[in-house]
Structure formats: C-alpha cells, structure tokens
Design a protein around this ligand. Structure first.
Ligand SMILES: *[C@@H]1O[C@H](CO)[C@@H](O)[C@H](O)[C@H]1NC(C)=O
Ligand SMILES: *[C@@H]1O[C@H](CO)[C@@H](O)[C@H](O)[C@H]1NC(C)=O
Length: 369
C-alpha cells in the first residue's frame, strides 16, 4: 500500500496533477478575448483582429508571431504556469486532437470577442463567449466518445476554467456610437444586460461540468493608449468615464461570482481583478520599474492610433520598461504584475515565495469532496 502511494506521488509529479477515478490530468479550459487569445484568430482568415505579424510574440519562444496580442506571455499563461498547469493550445489549431486536449486542455479565446454576441462586429470574425461555449460543448462530446461518460465527467469537473472577457463589450461596442447598444442602453441598464448574460453563460458552463472557475475583471481600460488618444480634450489623460464603467463591471461581477458560488452545487467560482495595481502602475510607473505608462511600445511612427503593431512600426528600446505593448494590450512585464495580483486576490500559491504554504483548493488533486 505504501509503495503504491509512493508510486502515485511519483506519477503525479512526473505527469502533472491527476484526477481521482480518471487516468487524466487537471487541465484548463480558457474562454476570453485578445488578452487571452493564443492563436485562434489566426485561423479566422477574415478577422480584422490579428496578431499574426511581427512584432507580436517577439519575447516568446522563437520570437515569431504566435497569435498572442502581446510581446510575451498573457496573464492566463502566467497564472497557469504558477499553478503548475499545462498551457492550453488554441482550439482552432487544426492539429488539436482529443489526446492533446486530455493532456493540455484547450483555449477558445478570440481577439475582438465579448460577453455579448454583437460585440466586436467590425472585426468581422471573432468568437463571442456564446460561440466559445458552443465549441466547448462540442469538445465535451469528443472527449466523452473517447474516454466514456463517467471518466469524461470526472475530467471536466476536475478541470480549471478561466473566463476573461468584458473590455470589448465596452470599447468595441457600448462606447462606440456605431453600435446599437450605445443608444439602446445607459450605463446602468447596459451593466445589467452584461451581468444577466454572463450569469446565464456561467450557469451553462456549470451544467457542462465547470466546478472550479475564475473570472478575471477589467483593468483601468480608460487608460489604454487608444483611449488616451481619443480624449476629446486632447490632454492624453485617461478617460474617466471608461474607468468608471470598468469599476462598476468589476463590482457587479464580484457579486455575481459570490452569488453563483453559493448557489450552484459544488461550485468554486472566483473573481479576481488587478484594477488598483494597474492604476497605481500607470500613475507611478517608476515605483514598479517602468519608464512609460501611457504610450505603446510598438507604434507606427507618429501615426496614432495605429490599431495594431505592424512590421513597419518602431519598437521602444526596452520592452520591459513599457506598461503597454500596443494601443490596447499590456506588455509581458505588465501582465506579470497583473497575474501576480490576481493570484494574490484569489489566494493561490505564489511560487516566487519559497516556503509559502500551499493553498490546497487551487491545485489539490482531489478537492472534489
Ligand atoms: C448568440 O449567439 C448564439 C450562437 O453563438 C445563439 O445561439 C444565441 O441565440 C445568440 N444570442 C442572442 C441573444 O442573440
Ligand atoms: C457534488 O459533489 C458530490 C461529491 O463529490 C457529488 O456526489 C455530487 O454529484 C456533486 N454534485 C454536482 C451537481 O456536481
């Protein structure tokens, strides 16, 4: 018995975290927008939300574009790494198989996508959260056919889920006069509409097996370089109204997650945001080792906003000193700060603090009791 236990421990440490009663691993399923996309939009050939050109990915792996909308890692990459979980590949990658999903999970995140179907319409192609959930339902069928109903149920209930959308629902929908939502709703009714939609989506995910799920909140999106360029005063300052909307979204989401966690059976649904820290980084960049917190590192000369970083763009000298990589997206260095803050808020183990006690719920192999 003892040696069996020892063997089990070895197996876990060699092959990752295993799930009781199913010879499978704990993996992640990620739903999100460009902040979490790891290449889905590369396969949406008509999508205008693309990170498929240099210099995206310049500080990741071989430095070639990989579909991430930043120079290095996404926040979900960093958090998953710190939890000891494999990095899930992009769902639309044609080489994805059931075996790959069983080993690594899968990522449905898509640049331009939102909680609402209508968000990001001008990108032409993007996967909305509803579409991502539909694809996940398809994934469940594939896995069930592969390993059987019971094992599949254990696999999906043991997995970790990340849901990280919302900024496009404001920036590429509600705040744009070209979208019907901007004149159909006001700040309060739009937030209610978003929360009702998100509640329904999270309940569907629960029905589909999601038990351990985290939702990432929004940062001070009124301070992204794009929003600063668009200030009507021309001051280049943050858009106060946009930031206020992000704060109300975070407050309402946090309440929604508490509510779902206490009402859905066996659900551990958590909310984490990094609003305050990012706000402080933007206000006091040097305190965190940054030199610039208002302009994109990758920009197209003086033509701004250039909506994406393109091969003809020029790069800042030191990418680790810029909070923003392009007009919309934080740099790898900023993502690290955001990830650390979310980990702290959610109470997960910080592996950069040697000897820190392990927070069992986040990574324990048998927390389904
Ligand atoms: C949103 O899109 C999905 C398809 O992805 C569809 O099933 C659903 O009915 C749509 N919802 C609304 C409110 O339009
Ligand atoms: C909740 O967990 C218990 C114990 O693992 C299990 O028997 C039960 O089926 C679970 N319920 C749901 C809805 O997941």
């Amino acid at each position: 018995m003892k040696s069996l236990l020892a063997l089990a421990v070895t197996v876990v440490s060699v092959f990752g975290i295993a799930i009781d009663g199913c010879h499978c691993k704990v993996v992640q399923f990620i739903f999100g927008d460009s902040l979490s996309d790891v290449g889905n939009n590369r396969y949406l050939s008509r999508s205008l939300a693309q990170a498929n050109l240099p210099y995206y990915g310049i500080d990741f792996g071989n430095g070639l574009p990989n579909g991430r909308f930043t120079n290095g890692r996404t926040v979900a990459d960093i958090i998953g790494d710190k939890m000891g979980l494999p990095r899930p590949p992009a769902f639309l990658n044609p080489s994805i198989t059931e075996d790959i999903i069983l080993e690594n999970g899968v990522n449905y995140a898509s640049g331009g996508g939102g909680i609402l179907n209508e968000t990001g319409g001008y990108f032409i192609q993007r996967l909305s959260l509803n579409k991502q959930i539909e694809l996940f339902q398809g994934t469940r069928v594939l896995i069930r056919n592969k390993i059987g109903k019971e094992a599949a149920e254990k696999f999906f209930q043991g997995a970790r889920y990340v849901v990280a959308l919302g900024s496009n629902d404001f920036i590429n929908n509600y705040l744009m006069p070209a979208y019907a939502d901007s004149w159909t709703y006001n700040d309060n009714t739009f937030l209610d509409y978003l929360m009702d939609t998100l509640r329904g989506q999270l309940k569907i995910l629960h029905k589909q097996g999601a038990r351990q799920l985290m939702v990432f909140g929004l940062g001070p999106m009124g301070c992204i370089p794009l929003q600063r360029v668009l200030t009507t005063s021309g001051s280049g300052g943050c858009q106060a109204r946009t930031n206020k909307l992000a704060l109300s979204f975070n407050k309402a989401s946090s309440k929604l997650l508490d509510d779902l966690s206490s009402t859905l059976p066996n659900a551990s649904y958590k909310f984490g945001d990094a609003y305050d820290v990012v706000d402080d980084v933007i206000e006091n960049p040097s305190k965190y080792g940054f030199e610039n917190s208002d302009k994109p590192c990758c920009s197209f000369g003086r033509i701004r906003p250039a909506l994406t970083c393109v091969p003809a763009s020029t790069l800042c000298k030191d990418r680790s000193k810029y909070v923003f990589w392009d007009e919309y997206h934080p740099s790898d260095a900023a993502n690290e700060i955001i990830a650390n803050e979310i980990i702290k808020k959610l109470g997960f183990l910080r592996d950069d603090k040697p000897g820190a006690p392990s927070e069992a719920p986040a990574i324990a192999p048998s927390s389904e009791e």
